[in-house]
Every structure is written in C-alpha cells, then in structure tokens.
Write a protein that binds this ligand. Structure first.
Ligand code: PLP
Length: 438
C-alpha cells in the first residue's frame, strides 16, 4: 500500500521512471509525449544535461544557505539577468519556491508598499473571473475559479472579480475586437470607482490566461487600457506570468507582446523548468525604495527563499532560453496552431483554437453554432485527458466557469525543444483521444 497522499485519492497512477527529451517513460516502459509540460513547466524537456550539471556543481559547493545570513552567486547572477530582460522599471527580484508563493509575496508587498507610503486604506484587490493565481489562501482568494474557491470561501479575503478579456465568449457581433477589449477593461474603472480608489491596492491578471481558460490571449489594446486605468487611480498592476512567462508565449515575458509593463510581475513554472522548484516576484524600483527608505524590512519570508540550488538550476535554464531555445517558440507555435486548426478546426465539438507561442488551448463545445458547452457532469475534459494519456500524450484538461457558463478545454504547452515531427504526433494522438471521447 502506498503512503503517498495523491491528488485524486481513487486514482491509480503509473510510476514515472525516466525523462528523455520531450518524453516521460513510466516503469513499464510506456512513453508519453509531454504535450503540456506537466502544467506548462518543462520548457526544456526532461533531460537537459546543462541544467543537471549546474545543479550538481552547486550542490558540490553549497546546497543551501539561509537568506537571513547570506546571498549567493547564482541568486545574484539570476536576478541581474532577469532584471536586464524584464520590461519597464522592474528592478528587484524576490525568489520563492513556486507560483502561489510568488503571488502571496506580491499581495503582501503591495499592501506594505501602501502602508509605507502612508495610504493605509488601500487593501482591496480586483482580479478577473476567469483566472487562477494559486492555491494558497491569498492567491486562491485572488483567482476567480469558483470550483477551487468555494470550499474555502469562509477563509478568504474579500476580492472583486471583473470580466475576463475573452473574445470568443464575450465579444458582441456589433463591436470590433478592440472595442470589446476597451469595454471589458473599463469594468476595472467602474469597480475602482465603486470601491473608492483610496481603498484599492492592486489589479491582478494573467496576460495570457492559462488553466482556467486554455491559453486565452487578450485582444489588442486591452492591457494598454488596463495600465492607463491603474496609473490614473494609483492602483498597482500585478501580472501573473507564473504559467505564461519565461518564453512560453514566444517572448520572454508575455506582457512584452502587449506593450506594457507591470509594477509587480510573478513568474515560476518555466523559470526552473521543473528541474528545481522556484518562483520569483519582480517589483519596480519605486516599490522597493518605499520599503528601503521606510521600515527597511519586507515583512514576509519563507525558509527556502533564494534557495541556491534552485537559483543555480534557474540560471542554467535562463541561459539556455536566452541562448536560443526561446527563439524556437514563436515559429514552432505558429506551426502547431496551423496543424491543430487543420486537424480539428472543423470538428463539430471544437469551438475555438487559440493561444500564443507554444501555449495553445482548444475549447470544446457541444454545439459550435451556439457555443453551448457540454453538461459539466459529462466531464468531457477528463475523458479527453484520459484517452490522450492512454494514447501516449500528456495534455492539461480543465472545465472552467466562464461568466456562469461551464466550458471544457485542453491546454497544450509542449517543451520548446520539440521538433516538427512532434507536431504530427500531437495531432494524431489528440485525434485518437477525440475519437474515444465523442
Ligand atoms: N498562477 C498561475 C497563472 C498558475 O497557472 C499557477 C499554477 O498553475 C499558479 C499561479 C500557482 O503556482 P504553483 O502551483 O507553483 O503554486
């Protein structure tokens, strides 16, 4: 009997025994193409020798040193490189162990910033209904995923949720994509006015929505308008690039493609590429200085922040990404989108195929004309995941609540090292899954 506490207590899982490039091989020898990098994690695949060597070298020197006493070379070098590449006035990096921790740090930093600035009434967070920001209580309260939130709602801080920028579901026939984006962005202004600007601390959003919407990019102009509104009311813009950052959408940071920069940026998954657990929160010089010239102490922390071995792994990942691997994402992503559209664009149960770079979502509908989703009781996304897994393809399924409508989608986020031949493997195995599901 196993003593591991699994996610699904009734599941019986194969044992992952080895990683080989884009594949995971289980103990029985079965090979799975990692079409979602777990959950958009494994951007370099599973057996990168340079990252492995960097981890070994770091452990040979020193595996761990507490940040209350020391800084380390990999943390310093990685922070310099991240800031050199980051958009806008981002100037400082706070290393944590994952995405939820990065979001918690962001929320607490935003709150402390306003306390240090003498604006103590600012505490309210506005986010979007179609969003996921992590499973710890602050991050969970920020996200809009009803299914994840509901059981824990009595434990959570009060958060407002406005509409997502979801063109496929939300744009009216009589408006352009741009006008639609402005309309939903303006909901932020309405909500800030309703709450009173003096009470609002931050707006939080994923530039390209991952788990709850299946690689959902914004329309042009949406984030520019969001940035304007935040600036007008002195509200901090926190972008959650935990899933969509680190080259996943074709640029190192997803918001680069929207021509804006946040006040606080969170990254994780692709930062360590799965080789070590690591996340980071980046903030502007203004925010850092408010603390530096104020109390001088960010009232937060975890034992493993700035973990040297995790930073060494992420440093090696970063060098590989910026040394050429990230450059593969945009052209390969375009090919993947074209192949998915070819294979499934006319499928009676495929409503939308979308995304950026190697971050692609397929939205499943019962009826294409009305965009009506399947009855959630059918668990179509789960059926597809299982059938794809049996066919040897890992994809990330979700049913998400979309303004009261529950829809199914699957997310693809394959390793950046994938080759052209893998595209056919993905579409063939997905086709097998679709046949099994419908
Ligand atoms: N934010 C986003 C956008 C995510 O997709 C996730 C995880 O899926 C998180 C935050 C939480 O990250 P973690 O699971 O590393 O805590």
């Amino acid at each position: 009997m196993s003593h591991v506490f699994p996610r699904h207590t009734k599941a019986s899982l194969p044992v992952a025994a080895k990683g080989d490039g884009c594949y995971i091989i289980d103990k029985s020898g079965k090979k799975y193409f990692d079409g979602s990098g777990g959950a958009a994690v494994s951007c370099l695949g599973h057996s990168d020798p340079d990252v492995t060597r960097a981890i070994k070298d770091q452990i040979d020197n020193i595996a761990f040193a507490h940040t209350g006493f020391f800084t380390t070379d990999p943390a310093e070098e990685l922070a310099d490189l991240l800031i050199g590449a980051a958009p806008g006035r981002l100037d400082r990096v706070y290393f944590v162990s994952g995405g939820s921790e990065a979001m918690e740090a962001a929320l607490k930093l935003a709150r402390q910033y306003f306390l240090e600035k003498g604006e103590p009434s600012r505490h309210r967070v506005i986010a979007r209904r179609q969003s996921y920001h992590g499973n710890t209580l602050g991050a969970l309260a920020t996200g809009g995923n009803q299914w994840r939130r509901e059981p824990f709602s009595p434990l959570m801080i009060e958060t407002s949720h406005i509409s997502p920028c979801f063109e496929y579901r939300g744009r009216r026939e009589d408006e352009t994509a741009y006008d639609y984006g402005q309309r939903v962005a303006n909901e932020l202004e309405t909500e800030i006015e309703r709450l009173g600007p003096e009470n609002v601390m931050a707006f939080v959003a994923e530039p390209v929505v991952g788990a709850t919407a299946g690689a959902l990019p914004p329309v042009e102009g949406y984030f520019k308008r969001i940035r304007e509104i935040c600036d007008r009311y002195g509200v901090l813009l926190i972008l959650d690039e935990v899933m969509c950052g680190m080259g996943r959408t074709g640029t190192l940071f997803a918001c680069d493609q929207d021509g804006i920069a946040p006040d606080i940026l969170c990254i994780a998954k692709g930062l360590g590429a799965g080789y070590q657990p690591i996340g980071a929160m980046l903030c502007t010089a203004d925010i850092y200085q408010a603390i530096e010239t104020g109390s001088g102490f960010f009232q937060h922390g975890h034992t493993y922040i700035g973990h040297p071995t995790a930073c060494a792994a992420a440093l090696a990942v970063f060098k590989k990404l910026t040394g050429g691997v990230a450059g593969r994402v945009m052209p390969m992503g375009d090919k993947l989108q074209a192949a998915l559209t070819d294979a499934f664009g006319q499928h009676p149960h495929v409503g939308d195929i979308r995304g950026r770079g190697l971050f692609r979502g397929i939205e499943i509908v019962e009826d294409r004309a009305s965009k009506a989703p399947f009855d959630p009781k059918r668990g179509v996304n789960k059926v597809l995941k299982k059938a794809a897994f049996e066919a040897g393809l890992i994809c990330y399924p979700m049913g998400g609540t979309i303004d009261g409508v529950t829809g199914d989608h699957i997310l693809l986020a394959p390793p950046f090292i994938m080759e052209d031949a893998h595209i056919g493997e993905i579409t063939d195995k997905l086709a097998t899954a679709f046949k099994a599901a419908f």
